[in-house]
Design a protein around this ligand. Structure first.
Ligand code: CP
Ligand code: NVA
Length: 316
């Protein structure tokens, strides 16, 4: 395996690798009980886990995942680093990678992750940027396989913000894996052209089906996964008024879900803005899998670290 092996886009794992990591995540979950150290594959390794934006799930699940694999997390907040006083991203990455075996980073600008990767001698893993949230989506695919039995046959409807970072990773992964994905969003917030064209190019090779619509009913009809995320992602606050107004018709509520016409699961990466993109009735309802989805972040991140770090050893 080429080293350092970064994981910045969901496409940094080939489709076969994604499937292996998902299966590994499922098997780690089956063998899991709380507090147990799974294995020592990260023994004597340290990881910088870096945040430029708030986090609950990613912060805790990476910390616990690294410890359960025998490693040592060093949690860093950008506001407390010299970065906040003007040290460059490149210099920060150069220095951190002299101390730690991996950098896991949540950044405001995706370009900063790419810059870190350029200057880091250890793997850089995307813990969310304005562009993608690949570890979220790996966990989501694991959840879909866990709940539906297989990824093949998944028909995913994503509603609300067509420029959402979680959606971008989901769209690219679905396109690479040959799944069906429908995106319902106001045209003003449809995915950017470069993401769409990459997804369409992958779909032409994999057989994936990508549909873009302004009609939420059309998107959910016949879907077996209904997914939404917040309408105002971190960093988009200045567009909040326009977003809330235009995305209002895309709320996932009981009335909309009557159009699904079959069995389905409801997914949300969390945190949710209850009463905006989803109602209490839906997120707390019988089809909601959001708590398992959140738990699966722990298992999939262990699986990803296992995959990246043990494959490196194989090559030695
Ligand atoms: N889904 C997710 O990444 O949640 P946090 O922002 O709490 O990490
Ligand atoms: N799209 C959301 C995801 C949070 C996990 C955001 O970027 O704020």
């Amino acid at each position: 395996m080429k080293w350092p092996r970064h994981y910045i886009s969901v496409l940094d794992l080939a489709p076969g690798e994604m499937k292996r990591v998902i299966d590994l995540g499922l098997s780690m979950k089956r063998n899991y009980y709380r507090g147990k150290r799974s294995m020592d594959i990260l023994r004597d390794r340290s990881f910088a886990v870096f945040f430029e934006k708030p986090s609950t799930r990613t912060r805790v699940s990476f910390d616990v995942a690294i410890r359960q694999l025998g490693g040592h997390p060093v949690i860093l907040y950008a506001s407390e680093l010299q970065l906040a006083r003007g040290e460059t991203v490149a210099d920060t990455a150069r220095v951190l990678s002299r101390y730690v075996d991996g950098i896991i980073a949540r950044v405001k600008k995706h370009a900063h992750l790419e810059e870190m990767a350029r200057y880091s001698s250890v793997p850089v893993i995307n813990a969310l940027s304005d562009r993608e949230h690949p570890v979220q989506v790996l966990g989501d695919l694991m959840t879909i396989k866990e709940k539906l039995g297989s990824l093949e046959g998944a028909r995913i409807a994503f509603l609300g913000d067509g420029t959402d970072n979680v959606l971008y990773s989901l769209l690219l992964a679905a396109a690479a894996l040959g799944l069906e994905i429908r995106v319902a969003a106001p045209q003003r917030f449809w995915p950017e052209e470069d993401v769409l064209s990459k997804a369409r190019q992958l779909a032409s090779e994999s057989g994936a089906v990508i549909r873009l619509t302004e009609d939420p009913v059309e998107a959910v009809r016949g879907a077996n996964v209904v997914y939404t995320d917040v309408w105002v992602s971190m960093g988009r606050e200045e567009e909040a008024g326009e977003r809330l107004r235009l995305m209002n018709p895309y709320q996932v509520n009981t009335e909309l879900l009557e159009n699904v016409g079959g069995s389905y699961i409801f997914m949300h990466c969390l945190p949710a803005h209850r009463g905006q993109e989803v109602t209490d009735e839906v997120i707390d309802g019988p089809n909601s899998v959001v708590w398992d989805q959140a738990e699966n972040r722990l298992h999939i991140q262990k699986a990803l670290l296992y995959y990246l770090y043990t494959r490196r050893e194989e090559k030695k």
